[in-house]
Write a protein that binds this ligand. Structure first.
Ligand code: S3P
Length: 168
């Protein structure tokens, strides 16, 4: 099977569903955010605060380039990976691209109690979520397959992605 990359906005279920796919297929879980934290020795919040977003995006791009060379992996990609065309071109070489979507209200519920997402540490996160999704929509649309996690659970989403990957 080809590698699987999960794209999508924050809180659409990328981590839970990637891990479930790994559990079911024996593929290896890779998180771009996890690798960034490891490489920089700082949390995502700290990187945004101390080094600022452009620095984060450059590290993310380097990590994506490395990850694109791996085999037999499921990549849990940070929500902003899609914004750089080179990231998408690199990932496409060996992987199927899957976008997870969810309703802004669900994303808000899933992300509000956890403080590790600097872009959502704002006065009105719900408004920000709506606006960002609208703006990023064309970027997320590049995927080969799409799943709406407001209508299916983790198990069903993972099964449907595996089924799709097996037909490719
Ligand atoms: C971001 C998403 C986050 C993380 C960073 C920026 C984004 O990853 O990379 O906070 O721009 O959408 P998750 O989508 O895994 O939360």
């Amino acid at each position: 099977m080809r590698n699987i990359v999960l794209l999508g906005y924050m809180g659409t279920g990328k981590s839970a569903i990637s891990k479930k796919i790994c559990e079911k297929t024996g593929m290896r879980y890779v998180s771009t955010d996890g690798m960034i934290v490891e490489k920089e020795g700082m949390s995502i919040n700290e990187i945004f605060e101390k080094k600022k977003e452009p620095y984060f995006r450059q590290v993310e791009k380097d990590i994506v380039r490395d990850v694109s060379e791996l085999e037999n992996v499921v990549v849990d990609a940070g929500g902003g990976v899609v914004l750089d065309k080179e990231n998408i071109n690199n990932l496409r070489k060996k992987s199927l691209l899957i976008t997870l979507w969810a309703e802004p209200g669900d994303i808000h519920k899933r992300t509000k109690s956890r403080g590790h997402r600097p872009l959502l540490n704002v006065e009105n996160p719900q408004k920000k979520i709506k606006e960002m999704i609208e703006k990023r929509k064309p970027y997320y649309e590049v995927a080969d397959y799409h799943v709406n996690t407001s209508s299916v659970g983790v198990e069903e989403a993972a099964e449907s992605i595996i089924k799709f990957a097996r037909t490719r």
